[in-house]
Design a protein around this ligand. Structure first.
Ligand SMILES: Cc1cc2nc3c(=O)[nH]c(=O)nc-3n(C[C@H](O)[C@H](O)[C@H](O)COP(=O)(O)OP(=O)(O)OC[C@H]3O[C@@H](n4cnc5c(N)ncnc54)[C@H](O)[C@@H]3O)c2cc1C
Length: 295
C-alpha cells in the first residue's frame, strides 16, 4: 500500500487527481477500523494531517449577524466544542456525543462527511443549519448543499478526484438542539438522532433525522406544519408555551419522515417511536430558549 503524505492542499489535490483510488485519511477513526478489520485494502492512503489549511476555521460575511463559519475539514470535534460552541451550538452538541475524548481529539467533521454513514452525528445538524460542503479538485472548487451531499448508505456526492476542504455553517444565533438515542450514554453509534433549528428571521423551523433512513434527511412535512402553525399564531413575535397537540403532531410527522430498518441496534418501530419523543423534547428545549431570548 502506498502512503502519500502531501504538505499542502495543492499537493494533495494533485495527488488525488493522479491517484483517484487513494483513500483520504484524516483522524483515521473510521479508516483505521476498516483497515484493521480488513474491510478495505486500498492501493494507497492519502494522509491529510500535515495540511494546515484544512485545520483552520474562519468567519465569513457579516459577523454582526453571525456570519458563516467556514470550518476546515480537518478541524477536530474537540476544537469544534471548545472554539465554536457558542457560534454553532447544534454542531457542538452533536460533537459532544461523538465517541470518547480520544475519538473527539482525532475525529473530524470532514471525516464524518467522507464516511457518510447514516448514523454520523454531525449530519442532522448540518442539514438543519443549511450547511454547504466545500469540495475541491485540480478542476476547481464547488459548494454542495448538505441536502444534496448524502446519496445513499455511506455514499456521498464527491467525485473520485475531489477532497472535502471545508464545511460552511451559517451562525444564526437562534436556538438549535440535537439529541441521540444509543444503547448507552457514551461511545455509541446512534440508534437514531434528531436535530432541530429555529430560523426566526425566515419564520422557519428546520428538522432532520439521523440513523433512521439510508441517508440523514430533513423532515419536510414536520417543518412545514410547525412553521405554518407558529406563523399563523404570530408566535415568532410573541412566543407562548407550545400546545401539547402541536408538539405531538410535530413528533408524529418527524417519525413519518423516517424509513428505518430493524437491526441489532433497534427495531424500525422503536426508532420511529424514539424519534417522535426526541422531536417533542428537543423542540421544547429550543422553543424555551427562543422564548427567553425574545422576552
Ligand atoms: C470508538 C469509535 C467511536 C465512534 N463514535 C462515533 C459517534 O459517536 N458518532 C459518529 O458520528 N461517529 C463515530 N465514530 C466514527 C468516526 O469517529 C467519525 O465518523 C469521524 O468523524 C471520522 O473522522 P476522521 O477524521 O477520523 O475520519 P477518517 O477515518 O480519517 O476518514 C473517514 C472517511 O472520510 C474520508 N475522508 C476523510 N477526510 C476526507 C476529506 N477531507 N475529503 C474526502 N474524504 C475524506 C476517508 O477517506 C474515509 O472514507 C466512532 C469511531 C470509533 C472508532
Amino acid at each position: 500500500m502506498d502512503f502519500l503524505r502531501p504538505d499542502t492542499l495543492a499537493e494533495a489535490l494533485t495527488l488525488k487527481a493522479q491517484r483517484p483510488d487513494a483513500v483520504p485519511i484524516a483522524g483515521g477513526t473510521d479508516v483505521m477500523v476498516e483497515l484493521n478489520f480488513d474491510h478495505r485494502r486500498p492501493a494507497a492512503l492519502l494522509d491529510l494531517t500535515r495540511i494546515a489549511e484544512l485545520r483552520a476555521w474562519e468567519v465569513a460575511g457579516d459577523e454582526g449577524r453571525g456570519g458563516t463559519v467556514r470550518i476546515g475539514s480537518g478541524v477536530s470535534y474537540t476544537r469544534i466544542i471548545e472554539e465554536l460552541g457558542e457560534r454553532l451550538p447544534g454542531l457542538a452538541m452533536a460533537s459532544r456525543t461523538v465517541g470518547s475524548p480520544q475519538i473527539r481529539n482525532r475525529g473530524t467533521v470532514g471525516g464524518n462527511l467522507g464516511a457518510a454513514s447514516p448514523a454520523g452525528d454531525t449530519h442532522p445538524v448540518l442539514l438543519v443549519a443549511d450547511a454547504t460542503v466545500e469540495a475541491a479538485s485540480t478542476r476547481g472548487t464547488r459548494l454542495i448543499p448538505a441536502t444534496e451531499f448524502y446519496l445513499g448508505v455511506k455514499r456521498n456526492a464527491l467525485e473520485p478526484d475531489e477532497l472535502i476542504t471545508a464545511v460552511h455553517v451559517p451562525a444564526t444565533g437562534a436556538p438549535q438542539q440535537f439529541a441521540k438515542v444509543g444503547t448507552r450514554n457514551a461511545m455509541v453509534i446512534a440508534v437514531c438522532s434528531f436535530a432541530v433549528a429555529l430560523h426566526p428571521a425566515r419564520n422557519l423551523v428546520a428538522a432532520a433525522v439521523g440513523s433512521a433512513a439510508p441517508t440523514p434527511r430533513r423532515a419536510s412535512a414536520a417543518e412545514e406544519f410547525l412553521s405554518a402553525e407558529l406563523t399563523s399564531t404570530s408566535q415568532w413575535e410573541k412566543p407562548k408555551p407550545l400546545l401539547d397537540s402541536v408538539k405531538r403532531r410535530f413528533g408524529a410527522l418527524v417519525a413519518e419522515a423516517a424509513s428505518p430498518i430493524d437491526d441489532v441496534r433497534g427495531s424500525a418501530a422503536y426508532r420511529k417511536h424514539a424519534l417522535s419523543v426526541l422531536a417533542r423534547r428537543t423542540l421544547d428545549w429550543a422553543w424555551h430558549d427562543y422564548t427567553e431570548k425574545v422576552a
